[in-house]
Design a protein. Structure first.
Length: 268
C-alpha cells in the first residue's frame, strides 16, 4: 500500500510546517490501523517477525518518533493486556472488564476500577489487525492520525492552529493511563483533534519525558493545521515564545555606582 501522491505532498508540507513553526524534538508521526488481511506496507518492521521481539503500542510510538523507524504491531507483538484489548487485537474477558489491572494501582475500589476500565477508549474486538506508525517524512502508507509530541508551548501552538479556522475549543478526555488509546482511538472515534497527557506506561516504555505532552489529530486536517500555523505565526503567536525582554533593566546599586565611575572617566 502506497499513499496517494497528493496526500503525501500534503503531509510533507505539514512536516515542513511543524519543523518551522513548532520545532518538535522528535519526529511527528502518522498512524494507520490495518484491517484483517491488509498487508503490512513496504519497509515497515513487525517486531515479532523481523526482530524476534514483542513491542507494546506506546513503546512502538516512542521508537518511531525517536529512531525514525516505521513499525507495525498487532496480536503477536502487543503483550500489554490493556492495549491488546483496547485496540481490539484480543477479546477482553471478565477480568479485563472488571478493571483488574487498575485495582490497587490506579483505583482503591472494584467499582472505581471497573468504571475506569469501561471509560477507556476502545475499538471493536478484531476490527483491526495491526497498528502501523511511521514518521511523516518516511511514510509508505496513508495515515489516519497524526501525532506530535512537544512541550506545553508547542502543543499550545497546535491548538492555536486547529482552532484558527473553526474557533471553539479542543475537548479532550484523560484517563491518566493507556494514552496510546487516547492518541489514536479517541481521535478516530471522535474525528477531532485532542491534547493527550502521556501516561505512566508511555513514560516507562515509550520514553516520554516529564516535559512532554502530545497533540493528535485526523490526518485529513493536515492542510488546515498548516494554514493555521502559518496564520497564527503571522498574527504574532510564535514558538519559541518571544518573552518581554525589551526594557531598560535595573542594575544593583553597587553596579550603578561602578558604572557612574566609568562615566566620570569618559569626561576626563
Amino acid at each position: 500500500m502506497t499513499a496517494p501522491a497528493p496526500l503525501l505532498a500534503g503531509l510533507a508540507s505539514l512536516d515542513e510546517a511543524l519543523g518551522r513553526y513548532v520545532r518538535p524534538d522528535t519526529f511527528p508521526l502518522g498512524v494507520r490501523m490495518l484491517a484483517p488481511g491488509e498487508p503490512v506496507p513496504e519497509g515497515v518492521r513487525v517486531p515479532s517477525r523481523d526482530l524476534g521481539e514483542q513491542w507494546i503500542v506506546c513503546q512502538s510510538i516512542g521508537i518511531a518518533r525517536r529512531y525514525g523507524w516505521s513499525i507495525a504491531v498487532g496480536k503477536e507483538d502487543v503483550i500489554c493486556p490493556l492495549a491488546a484489548v483496547a485496540f481490539g487485537f484480543r477479546r477482553g474477558n471478565a477480568r479485563t472488564d472488571a478493571g483488574e489491572a487498575a485495582l490497587g494501582m490506579y483505583c482503591s475500589e472494584p467499582e472505581a476500577a471497573a468504571s475506569l476500565e469501561s471509560s477507556t477508549w476502545k475499538f471493536e474486538p478484531l476490527r483491526y489487525e495491526r497498528l502501523c506508525v511511521a514518521p511523516l517524512s518516511r511514510l509508505s502508507f496513508e495515515p489516519e492520525v497524526v501525532i506530535v509530541y512537544g512541550n506545553s508551548a508547542q502543543v499550545m501552538r497546535l491548538v492555536n492552529a486547529a482552532l484558527h479556522a473553526r474557533g471553539g475549543r479542543i475537548e479532550s478526555s484523560f484517563g491518566g493511563r493507556l494514552d496510546c488509546a487516547e492518541l489514536v482511538i479517541q481521535v478516530m472515534r471522535t474525528g477531532e483533534p485532542k491534547v493527550v497527557l502521556p501516561c505512566n506506561g508511555d513514560r516507562v516504555f515509550g520514553m516520554a519525558q516529564d516535559s512532554e505532552m502530545a497533540f493528535s489529530f485526523p490526518a485529513e486536517r493536515a492542510p488546515e493545521i498548516v494554514r493555521g500555523l502559518e496564520a497564527t505565526h503571522k498574527g504574532g503567536v510564535r514558538f519559541p515564545i518571544p518573552v518581554a525582554m525589551r526594557a531598560t533593566v535595573s542594575m544593583p546599586p553597587t553596579y550603578q555606582d561602578l558604572f557612574a565611575s566609568l562615566a566620570d572617566g569618559d569626561q576626563a
